[in-house]
Every structure is written in C-alpha cells, then in structure tokens.
Design a protein around this ligand. Structure first.
Ligand code: SF4
Length: 725
C-alpha cells in the first residue's frame, strides 16, 4: 500500500556463509527493496547478485506461487493435500511421534534439519530430540557441507573454531585457496580478495582446484590436481618443507604433539611421486610449497573440495598440519580458515545440532559434558551414543528401522546423494512431516503432513557466519498466511510430546510463542548460558548489545570488552595439554575409481547466481542470465573425440543412476573430467531411466560413500560413462 510509510530493517542475507548484512526496505505487507548494510563488517555495504535480488524473490507475486501458507495433510501418499487447522496438525504430529516412541523407542524417529535454520530454531529442536526424546537421531544438511571441517579442526586444534577473520585477507602475504571456487560460492569475500590483490599485487595467490574456475583467474599459480588427491598434495608439500628446512622446529616443539609420526608418514611423499599422483608439474609443486612456507603470513581458504569427500577429515587435517609445521597460525594473515557453505551451519554446530555433537562444543562421550547439558535442560541425562548421520538416517528409513521422519527447511529428495535410496526411505517411512516455507520442493511430495514455516524477511533470531560473527536476523514483515516460525513449531510439538511422555511435569520449553522477539531471546539466553566456560563462550553478549554494537565475533565471555578477531595467538590450544595435534593419515584415493566402464570423473558444485535447490533463486528469471539451464560441462578435446556437437543430449551414467543433459564445451574442464551444477532436480532433467524411473537430478549419480570420521558424503566425485542420448 503506497499510503503506508516506508520502513527499513537491518538483517542478514540468508544464502551463503559470508553472512552479509542487508537493509530490508518494506512498505505495508511487501518487501520493496534490499541493499547492503554498510555497517556490517562482513560486507561493508556490498551484496552479490543473489543478495541484491532478495526482495524480488520475496515479492507478493512470488509468495503467491511458491509459499506453503497453511498446514496440509495427505490421507494417502501421492494423493491430494487437504488443509487442516494448526492445532489439528500439531496434535496429529504429536500423537504419531509419541506412538512411534512408545512402540519402537525414540531411535525410530529421525529429525533432518538445515544449516539455513537460525540458531534459536536449531536450539529448540536439539533440546527436543536429545533432551526430551532421549535420542541423538538429529542431523542436518550441514552434514553435507561442514562436518569434515568440524572433524578436521577438532582432530588437530582441539575445537571446532575457525581461527581467522575476513580481515586476515588484508594481512596475508600468501593466499592458499584450495577446494573452493570462492569467486562464485563466497562472492563478497572474493571482492575483498580482489581488493587486497589490487592494493598489494605482491600478495601471492595459489589456487588448488581440478577446474580452471573464475577464482583461478586471480591466481599467480594454479595447481590443477587430479580429483581427490589433496591429502597426497599436502603430504608432498610437507615432505618438501622438511627437505628445504622450511618448517618451524621451535613452534613445533613448543605448541604441538605428534610430529614424528607425521614425518615418518610423509617420508615417501617425494616431489616426483606427489607430482605423479596429483597430476602436477614438480616445479609448480615446489613453487606452491615455497610460497606457503616462506611467506611472512599464509592464509588458507577452503571449502567443499576438501569437505565433500570420503577422506574429508584427512584432507582438512593434512592442510592444518602444514600451518602447524610452518607456524602459519595465530598471527595476522596466517591461519587455516574453513569457509562455511550455508548461512548458519556455524550456529548449528554451536548448539550441537548434529547427531554426534552436544551443546556448546561438548562431547557426547564425556559423562561430565552430558551432565552439564542435562542440568541446563532439566532432564536426567542425554544419550551418550551418537545418532544417525544424514546418510545413515535415510538408509535406516529405507531399511524400515526409522519409522518417522521430520524434515525442516531442507530438500533431501533433491540434495542427498544416491537419490534412489533417499526416495525409498521417504516412501517406506510410516510418517513424514515436512516443515517448509516453500510448497514447491521435491520433498514436499512425500509428506503426510506439511507445516508452513516462515522464511527470510519474516524470521527473527541470530546466525553465525564463517568468521564466528553472530548477526541478528530481523523480521521486516509478520508471518504470511498461517506460517509459523520454525522454533515455535518445535515448541508446540515439544509441548504435545511432553503431555504424553512426561505428564504433569513443568514444560522444558517455556518460550513465548506469541511474541517472536521475547521467545527467541529467551531461547538465545539459554544457549548463551550453555557456552559459559567453553571455547565459544558468549556470556558477555546479549541481543541488546548486538543491537547497539552490531554483529560480533565469539568468544565474548562475561566481562570482555570485545570478541576475538583471531584465535591461538598465544600458541595455546583447547586440548587437554594445550598443544595442537598433528594428524597422521595416509592418502586414500577417491572411493570410486574411474575404469574402462566408467572412464570420466564427475564433479558437482555451485553456479554463481543460484542457491542450492533453487527454491528461492529459481523464482527469478534474471538469475538464469548467467546459466539458463543445466548442462554437462566437458573439455572440448573430449567432446571432439566423442564426436558430439555442443548442445547434443548426452546420457551420464554412474553405478547408481543416470541423467540426460545437453553437453557444453568448457575449456576450464580438464580432459576426462566433467562437471554438472548441483542446483537442478528432477523437474528440470528430462527423461526416464531404462526401468521407467524418472531421472532424479545430478544427485541420482553421486555415491553415498562417506568419510568414516565426519560421515560427510563424497559429493565431489563419481565415476561415470557418457553416451549419446
Ligand atoms: Fe548473500 Fe553470500 Fe552474496 Fe553475501 S556473498 S550477499 S551472504 S549470497
């Protein structure tokens, strides 16, 4: 309504882990514009194509077409969905879940959440599953994104805490970007890197990536390694550092343990052998190692190329080994800095929102830690045994072990690997609840009960970005239709379960669901208390302080006057003896080697202007200007050898399924390697398999093999064969 006064609301972009601040412009019941917040330290007013078009994806017209705006129930799978009142929907959900617990125990439930939820949403569901139900079967799509980074940090530095800040880019003399197309996946951080290179052309940039991505365009040196050989590369670099005397024995002696075993492990990783395994030139390997080790300050930036791997933990840890061996940590511009994929994967980790984590970086296996969490929540105990991770959870549902699935703010029917198993899981589960803002995701088709949730623009709470910075998320509009906040849905469910499972006892969830600000603040204060004395202590922060001072970094304990820009500056690490630990793990190749039957290595990843399964970005025509449709990207020499023309339809077949796509010549692809963007699902990939099943998008091809430590699946590599379709 043009008669309404225009309003401005400071909030945070809901897409990637850079965590840019936005100012939402609204009028009446419509979001009318968005611009970068110049006061937000993550972006200083800048936004990328996705962030700057947020308002267009939240227009009334788009909402009309895409939003889930009332609770719906299907009496039959695949049948029409019928509206029902919230109370009926929640009563039904509470009854089905309580019945399942009473018949089969709490581990017959699986909760699958999202790195796009806010910290307060995560907190409530974590408490509900681990505290009230007594199960650890709560996992999130952060398992596909960050769990190898978590395991890598914990194995080496002792805690899941990225030690650097974005400002370290301005202090680095060498940027070592590995397994990250930062230019597309973290665009505003990349603008900062471009600025730094412009201001200090002497700063060296090394990019390690099998593909010649846009990030490589800024690099002084590109190491186009063979897929999955990262651990071999880092071990080979350490071998060279030892040979050339580039390690820092004094730092190693004072601040670390386990170096002797690692020295022994890398003894055979000669430059010649490393270059051969990784497909690199010895000269390039030597130059990259020299730049890393001898630069006054080296900052590594890394993401899914390391994380989404069957040896993801080893990749992360082997890179951190290099920082410890050369003392490239705890100083301005020197650190191993894992970039977060999703906007709040970090906040989820803080509250313990994975099946193997407990609140505030506590360990499930530690009785004292469990007792602390149980006391905070007012329950007798929390379970000690890790629950099922994402892949295991859907496998257990496909096997009939998990009877009911609760899915919030994520789309596993598109985004998990081995889609055939995921679809079997969704079909076999006796009760599937999907809590979603969008009615249009592939997973909603499997729901027995659909619960409408509020999206960006309507939500209130906090998120934490890649550099440990907590930002407020604020609502510009009230919830549309009958949508409710994710945390409030969790509270309403919990209270119904309490009536069955702990009748007559006071509620564990006393949060005000009528006032979102009061409710979320009460939840956040409880989370805050859980961090007291922990490495991520935020007991000195408050909503009021975040409102006054703006987004702040943890830790910020009570009495502190500022958060910490950089960790481990004193060389003391959060391990029992205060020393960082070198991690000795031998190089293992990708889980699924290419062979005569499947001779091409398939990689998947992001495009610049799309986000995940495109529930939001896919609503906007202009975001298809960069890439209009999914395609198989292939080296021109391979294309010529196969005898195909640009645009020919090609069947891509892995050991699990196939998709048919137009082929695109792409000089950035190495020979015998192909790439498919991750964003398109079944709706966009035409045709059916030989057995009549519809193609399910690129994740039909990918293996569910996961890293044994982090349980993160290998979404960056599958062996495939190609044929004319
Ligand atoms: Fe949003 Fe990430 Fe773009 Fe920033 S860089 S505007 S957080 S998508």
């Amino acid at each position: 309504n043009l008669n309404d006064a225009p309003r401005e609301t400071r909030s945070t972009c809901p897409y990637c882990g850079v965590g840019c601040g936005v100012i939402i412009e609204s009028r009446g019941d419509a979001i009318t514009g968005v611009r970068g917040d110049p006061a937000h330290p993550a972006n200083l007013g800048r936004l990328c194509t996705k962030g700057s078009t947020l308002h267009l994806t939240a227009s009334p017209q788009v909402n009309q077409q895409t939003r889930l705006l009332q609770p719906l129930r299907r009496l039959q799978r695949g049948g029409p969905a019928q509206a029902l009142a919230w109370d009926q929907a929640l009563d039904l959900a509470g009854q089905k879940l309580a019945d399942t617990v009473q018949q089969h125990g709490p581990n017959a439930l699986g909760f699958y959440l999202s790195g796009q939820l806010l910290t307060e949403d995560y907190y409530v569901f974590n408490k509900l599953v681990k505290g009230l139900l007594g199960s650890n079967n709560l996992d999130t799509n952060s398992r596909l994104c960050m769990s190898s980074a978590v395991a890598g940090y914990k194995a080496t530095l002792g805690a899941d805490a990225p030690p650097a800040s974005y400002t370290d880019v301005d202090h680095a003399h060498c940027l070592f970007i590995t397994g990250s197309n930062t230019a597309w996946a973290h665009p505003i951080l990349f603008r900062r890197i471009e600025d730094a290179k412009r201001a200090r052309p002497e700063m060296k940039i090394v990019v390690v990536d099998p593909r010649r991505t846009d990030t490589v365009e800024l690099a002084d040196l590109h190491l186009a390694l063979q897929p999955g050989t990262d651990v071999m590369l880092y071990h080979g670099m350490l071998h060279l550092m030892l040979r050339e005397g580039w390690t820092q024995p004094a730092y190693i002696a004072a601040h670390t343990t386990g170096f002797e075993a690692l020295v022994e492990l890398v003894r055979d990783c000669t430059p010649e052998r490393t270059a051969e395994v990784c497909g690199l030139r010895v000269e390039d390997l030597c130059e990259a190692t020299r730049l890393f080790a001898t630069s006054p300050a080296t900052l590594s930036l890394y993401c899914q190329g390391l994380n989404q791997s069957s040896s993801g933990t080893s990749k992360n840890a082997a890179l951190i080994n290099l920082h410890l061996a050369t003392g490239q940590i705890g100083r301005p511009g020197a650190a191993p800095f894992s970039l977060t994929g999703q906007p709040n994967a970090m906040g989820g980790r803080e509250v313990g929102g994975l099946s193997n984590l407990l609140s505030a970086h506590r360990d499930m296996g530690n009785p004292a830690h469990r007792a602390e969490v149980a006391a905070l929540w007012g329950v007798a105990d929390v379970p000690a045994v890790p629950g099922k991770s994402a892949i295991e959870m859907f496998q257990a549902a496909a096997d009939g072990e998990i009877k009911a699935l609760w899915i919030a703010c994520t789309n596993p029917a598109q985004s998990l690997p081995d889609q055939a198993t995921v679809r079997r899981a969704l079909e076999r589960a006796e009760f599937v609840v999907v809590q979603e803002a969008f009615a249009t995701t592939a997973t909603t088709a499997y729901a027995d009960l659909l619960l409408p949730a509020t999206p960006w623009g309507e939500k209130t709470g906090t998120v934490t970005n890649s550099e440990r910075r907590i930002s407020r998320v604020r609502a510009a509009l009230p919830p549309r239709g009958e949508a409710r906040h994710d945390w409030a849905i969790g509270v309403a469910l919990a209270q119904r379960l309490e009536a069955r499972l702990r009748p007559g006892q006071p509620t564990l969830f006393p949060y005000d669901t009528q006032d979102a600000l009061l409710g979320t603040e009460a939840i956040w204060l409880e989370h805050r208390e859980s961090t007291r004395g922990r490495d991520l202590d935020i007991t000195g922060l408050s909503y009021a302080l975040l409102d006054t001072l703006g987004p702040q970094q943890w830790p910020w304990p009570e009495g502190a006057r500022a958060g910490r820009v950089r960790l481990y500056e004193d060389g003391v690490f959060p391990t029992p003896d205060g020393r960082a630990r070198f991690h000795s793990a031998a190089f293992r190749p990708v889980a699924e080697a290419t062979d005569r039957e499947h001779p091409y290595a398939l990689n998947t990843g992001r495009l610049r202007d799309q986000w995940h399964g495109m529930s939001r970005t896919g609503t906007l025509g202009r975001l298809f200007g960069h890439a209009a449709e999914p395609a198989l990207q292939m080296n021109p020499q391979d294309l010529a050898r196969e005898g195909w023309a640009e645009g020919s339809l090609v069947r891509v077949q892995s050991r699990r399924g196939s998709v048919v796509l137009p082929v695109q010549a792409c000089a950035e692809q190495a020979p015998q390697q192909v790439f498919i963007p991750m964003h398109w699902g079944q709706e966009f990939v035409s045709g059916r398999d030989a057995d009549g099943q519809p193609h399910l998008g690129v994740n039909a091809l990918m293996p569910s093999t996961f890293c044994p430590q982090s349980k993160q699946p290998e979404l960056k590599h599958a062996a495939v064969r190609l044929s004319a379709a």
